[in-house]
Design a protein around this ligand. Structure first.
Ligand code: TXA
Ligand code: MG
Length: 345
């Protein structure tokens, strides 16, 4: 299928799409062109596949991911659309606009995509190859920009190939039709009473306000040169560097358990719930959930948010004790999240 000098770049013909769909169904990663930038896609209902996105990008923290759908109806199965969201979707989809909305009760998207938040970012991309992949795979695809963390967002298949190398086994080539916009989608949060522009993009504040009335600029967009997020440094793209956009991972609204969380536990009390890791979970806890009995960081990342939510709902315990997680690879992102969750509120 491949006719390129990079072995993982495939023409987006039927054979290429079939290959990509098979990889996605097996939990693999596929980079694909959109009208904004190339996305690094995984089956959004497969938490382990989503964890491997962070691993491939080398992100030291879990930013929530945008989930892509072939049409509005598929998105509506996962998030709750209010009237403003419906209007925006009708006018701007398919296209470079991402809507942050409350997760639906029956949402089948991995909690990792929401990084533990009750919301999910959804988008229906306009590029025909993205659409064909979403349609033919019948999978919602979680996809951040297909670059290694801290590197420039990719607008050509070769950019993906040299940024991610063998970490992505299939890159669908959009050739000259890809990434006409060349900047990541506009992101708008519609979970509150007043919509908030979280990331500026090709669809402007004015265009949005013409449809739904006045919106607010995200706090991070108004603060002058606020600290940039560690994994989206100023090289990531022009808009983010100009606006010093903070990742939601750094915002206070980010999910933290209600119960106090104790890190690096080497013993556990009978009135604690244990977040275990590895072959030898501490004994004596009221409840125990093991992030990965094998001690596998990919599996642990995939289980992290659902485990925190589950332990946090235990009523007859005083707190959560978390066993140490190795601080390598995905362990960096897991520990980053645990540290924030343990920080005083
Ligand atoms: O154009 C795009 O949006 C590209 C293509 C591939 O679709 N994707 C992309 O994804 O730029 P990523 O992961 O690089 O950027 C996702 C942005 C981040 O700024 C993230 O913080 C925000 O969307 N985001 C995602 N889910 C969110 C949520 N639940 N709440 C708030 N912000 C969210
Ligand atoms: Mg990005």
């Amino acid at each position: 299928v491949s006719q390129n000098r990079y072995q993982n770049i495939f023409n987006a013909d039927q054979a290429g799409l079939d290959h990509a769909c098979n990889l996605l169904r097996a939990g693999g990663l596929v980079a694909f062109p959109t009208e904004t930038v190339y996305g690094l896609g995984a089956n959004a209902t497969d938490a382990t596949a989503c964890a491997s996105i962070y691993e491939a990008k080398g992100r030291p923290s879990f930013n929530p991911l945008i989930v892509h759908f072939p049409d509005l109806a598929e998105a509506e199965k996962r998030v709750t659309f209010n009237e403003k969201a419906q209007k925006l979707a009708q006018i701007f989809w398919p296209g470079p606009l991402t809507l942050v909305l409350p997760r639906a009760e029956s949402c089948d998207i991995a909690e990792l995509c929401s990084a533990g938040l009750p919301s999910l970012a959804v988008r229906v991309p306009g590029h025909p190859i993205a659409h064909a992949l979403l349609q033919q795979s019948s999978l919602p695809l979680a996809a951040p920009s297909a670059n290694a963390s801290g590197k420039i967002s990719p607008t050509r298949s070769e950019h993906v190939a040299y940024s991610l190398g063998e970490k992505v086994s299939c890159i669908l080539d959009g050739k000259d039709t890809a990434c006409a916009v060349g900047l990541e989608s506009t992101v708008i949060d519609l979970t509150g009473e007043i919509p908030v522009l979280l990331r500026p993009g090709n669809i402007t504040r004015e265009e949005i306000e013409a449809v739904i009335g006045s919106i607010q600029m995200g706090k991070s967009l108004m603060e002058s040169k606020a600290e940039a997020s560690p994994d989206d440094p100023t090289t990531e793209n022009t808009f983010q560097s100009q606006n010093a956009l903070k990742s939601p991972g750094l915002l206070k609204s980010h999910y933290a358990p209600t119960l106090p969380l104790r890190l690096n536990a080497t013993e556990v009390a009978a009135n604690e719930a244990l977040l275990a890791f590895g072959k030898k979970p501490l004994l004596g806890a009221a409840y125990c959930l093991n992030l990965s009995e094998k001690g596998d960081l990919l599996e642990a990342a995939a289980n992290l948010f659902s485990a925190l939510h589950e332990l946090d709902q235990k009523e007859d315990v005083q707190g959560i004790a978390a066993m140490p997680i190795p601080n390598t690879g995905l362990g960096l992102a897991i520990n980053d999240r645990l540290k924030r969750a343990a920080a005083p509120k």
